[in-house]
Design a protein around this ligand. Structure first.
Ligand code: DOR
Ligand code: ZN
Length: 367
C-alpha cells in the first residue's frame, strides 16, 4: 500500500484574516482552528469599526478590548495569539496609541484607503497620516502599522491599467515618503499583489515585511475573468503573470524573513449582488493546502528538506518573528492527497470556500 507523502510543520499563524461579527463568528474561528492555525490577526473592519482601544463599545465605534473579548468567547481563546489591530480613522489620537501600548491591548494599527474595500469608508488618506503625531506615537511605542497599500479615489483607467494600478502607484509614490518620514516604524505591507510591492519590500529595511495570500500566489486576473469566477474577486484584485511571478520569487527565496502567511480570508454570505460583487475570498479550512499548492507551482519541492524549510519559514516562522512572539510548539500535518473543502454553513448563511468557487481540487489534505 502506498503511503501518502506527509509534511509536518509547526502550527501556523494567519496574520491577516476576517472573523466578522455576529452569529457566524464561531464557525469562522473553528474553520481556522481546524486547519492547524495557532493564532490570528483579526481585522477591525467590522460595523461599526474597531476604532478605539479600550472601554465600552459605542454605536459609532467598537473597542479592541470588547471585540477581542467577543472573539475569545466565539472560540478564539483556543489560539496562542490573537491580535486585533486598531482601525485608523480621522478620530485616532496619539493618546490612544500611547495608552493602548502601555496597557498591552494595542499591538498593531490598520490603514485602510478610504472606500478602498469592504467597510473601508472610515479610513483617512495616507497623506494625512504622514508626519502625524499618530504615526510618531506608533513609531515610538513599537506599534506595527498594517497597510492596505492602494492609492484611493482613482478612476477606472488609473485603478487598473496595463502598466500601473492603485497598488503600484501607492508603492511608488506614498511608501517612500512614509519610510522617509517614519524611519523607525514597523510596517506590514498586507496582501501584496504586484511586482512593485514585492520588490519594494525586498529592498526596504528589515522593519518592513509583507503578507501574501494563497490566491495571489496561485492566480492571475485571467483566472478571475475567464468564466467570471467571482469567488476569486478580492481587493487588491489579482494581477498579471509578472506580478504573480514576483510574489512567488520573493516568497520562496531561501532564508527569506520578510514574507509570511496572511490569508485575508474574508467570508461573505452574499458574494454576487444585483449590480456588483463583494470583495473577499474565503479560505478558512483550506489555506495551508492552498499555500502548499502555491509553493509547488512556484517550483518548490516540498518533499526536499530545503523546500520544506522554505515553506515552514513562510507559513509558521516569519510571521511570529516579525510580530515578536514565539512560533508554535505544536505541530500539524498535511498529506499529499486530493481533498475537497465543502461549503461552510454558518448561522448567518452558507459561505463558499475559494477552491469550490474555482472548481479546484486540493492536492493536499489536513491529516
Ligand atoms: O477582498 C477583501 N475583502 N479585501 C479587503 O481588504 C477586505 C476584505 C473584507 O473584509 O471582505
Ligand atoms: Zn483583509
Amino acid at each position: 500500500m502506498d503511503v501518502a507523502m506527509t509534511l509536518e510543520l509547526p502550527k501556523w499563524f494567519d496574520l491577516h484574516t476576517h472573523f466578522r461579527q455576529g452569529p457566524a463568528m464561531p464557525a469562522y474561528i473553528q474553520a481556522h482552528l481546524d486547519m492547524g492555525c495557532a493564532g490570528a490577526l483579526a481585522m477591525p473592519n467590522t460595523k461599526p469599526p474597531v476604532s478605539r482601544v479600550s472601554g465600552e463599545n459605542r454605536e459609532d465605534s467598537w473597542t479592541i478590548e470588547s471585540y477581542a473579548a467577543d472573539l475569545r468567547e466565539a472560540g478564539a481563546d483556543a489560539f496562542e495569539q490573537l491580535i486585533v489591530p486598531l482601525y485608523l480613522t480621522r478620530e485616532t489620537t496619539p493618546e490612544m496609541i500611547v495608552e493602548g501600548a502601555e496597557s498591552g491591548l494595542l499591538r498593531a494599527a490598520k490603514y485602510y484607503p478610504p472606500h478602498g474595500t469592504t467597510n473601508a469608508e472610515h479610513g483617512a488618506p495616507m497623506a494625512d497620516f504622514l508626519g502625524s503625531d499618530v504615526f510618531r506615537a506608533m513609531e515610538e511605542n513599537g506599534i506595527v502599522l498594517c497597510i492596505h497599500g492602494e492609492q484611493h479615489g482613482l478612476g477606472g483607467a488609473d485603478y487598473l491599467a496595463s502598466n500601473r494600478n492603485a497598488e503600484s502607484l501607492f508603492y511608488r509614490d506614498l511608501m517612500p515618503r512614509l519610510l522617509e518620514q517614519h524611519p523607525k516604524l514597523k510596517i506590514v505591507c498586507e496582501h501584496i499583489t504586484t511586482k512593485e510591492a514585492a520588490y519594494f519590500v525586498k529592498h526596504a529595511s528589515n522593519q518592513v515585511g509583507a503578507t501574501i495570500t494563497p490566491q495571489h500566489l496561485l492566480y492571475t486576473i485571467g483566472d478571475l475573468i475567464q468564466g467570471l469566477k467571482y469567488h476569486l474577486y478580492c481587493l487588491p484584485i489579482v494581477k498579471f503573470d509578472d506580478d504573480r511571478d514576483a510574489l512567488r520569487e520573493v516568497a520562496i527565496e531561501t532564508g527569506q524573513t520578510k514574507y509570511f502567511a496572511g490569508t485575508d480570508s474574508a467570508p461573505h454570505t452574499v458574494k454576487a449582488t444585483d449590480c456588483g460583487c463583494a470583495a473577499g475570498c474565503f479560505t478558512g479550512g483550506c489555506a495551508p493546502q492552498l499555500y502548499a499548492m502555491g509553493f509547488e507551482e512556484s517550483g518548490v519541492d516540498l518533499a526536499s528538506s530545503a523546500g520544506l524549510s522554505t515553506f515552514e519559514r513562510f507559513l509558521s516562522l516569519n510571521g511570529p518573528a516579525f510580530y515578536g512572539f514565539e512560533p508554535s510548539a505544536e505541530r500539524f500535518q498535511l498529506e499529499k492527497e486530493i481533498s475537497e473543502t465543502p461549503i461552510l454553513n454558518t448561522q448567518a448563511g452558507p459561505v463558499t470556500p475559494l477552491p469550490l468557487g474555482m472548481n479546484l481540487p486540493l492536492t493536499w489534505r489536513l491529516a
